[in-house]
Design a protein around this ligand. Sequence first.
Ligand SMILES: Nc1ncnc2c1ncn2[C@@H]1O[C@H](COP(=O)(O)OP(=O)(O)OP(=O)(O)O)[C@@H](O)[C@H]1O
Ligand SMILES: [Mg+2]
Length: 260
Amino acid sequence: VTSGKGGVGKSTLSANLAVALAQRGKEVGILDADVHGYSIPQMLDVDQRPVTLEGMMIPPVAHGIRVMSIGFFLEEDSPVMWRGPMLHKVIEQFLGDVHWGEIEYLVVDMPPGTGDAAISLGQLLPGAEVLVVTTPQRAAQKVAQRAAVMTTKMDQHLLGVVENMTGGLPGDEADTDESLFGSGGGQLLADSVDAPLIATITLDSAIRKGGDLGSPVALDPDSAAGDMMRDLAEAILNIEAPAPPPPPPEARIKKPLPLL
Ligand SMILES: Nc1ncnc2c1ncn2[C@@H]1O[C@H](COP(=O)(O)OP(=O)(O)OP(=O)(O)O)[C@@H](O)[C@H]1O
Ligand SMILES: [Mg+2]
């Protein structure tokens, strides 16, 4: 789950997508690849830490999802001040040295932009499916487009675009140019990169509250915002699966541990 731009809702959508997929009975992991700006442990209210077994990290489980984030290894509030090579190493370890088990979906919450982490993920997960998140305004759409273009350069597959924070006028749900973040950016981006607009998620304080409380709206069966997240997951499940990605390099294949 990526975007050229920060603050458009990548982490929020990643957390909700993981929850909604798990609720559909899928085995799901979520990898917080935003090493500098990690937020997934808080968004999913994970209260355990990984444990190490036979040299592998066993990820904690929250809401049925296996979770891995650099946040588990740091003192609270300490900033991560690493350059590219360290970032690459950590992301590589999170993919190769974590016992993800028999997961069907690994949702990767990307940091904003097309920098070190995106390049590492491109190299380590060729063939991954990429969701590009944008907000409706043109300025965001233009920046998000760069992340979409990068996808193809990294031999990943652009699954589609999600427009987030649509609408948002007090007393007016309309998606118009007078909306808080304008309108139409998602469709424009989808058209420009020749990918489907998979979902449009409206601006809704329940979504923000769910993130703040560590309880994503997708957990709430009665929430309209939760329905949007469930529809997003459903739409992704309905997209025909492409050919499986190439196997990882020999060096990263470890003897799998039994499922816990
Ligand atoms: N549809 C929405 N309605 C209301 N608030 C939202 C919505 N989507 C996200 N938010 C809120 O917007 C803020 C930014 O979201 P989030 O952290 O998911 O963005 P991000 O793209 O991951 O940011 P970063 O680039 O910093 O990683 C959060 O407070 C989140 O709760
Ligand atoms: Mg984020």
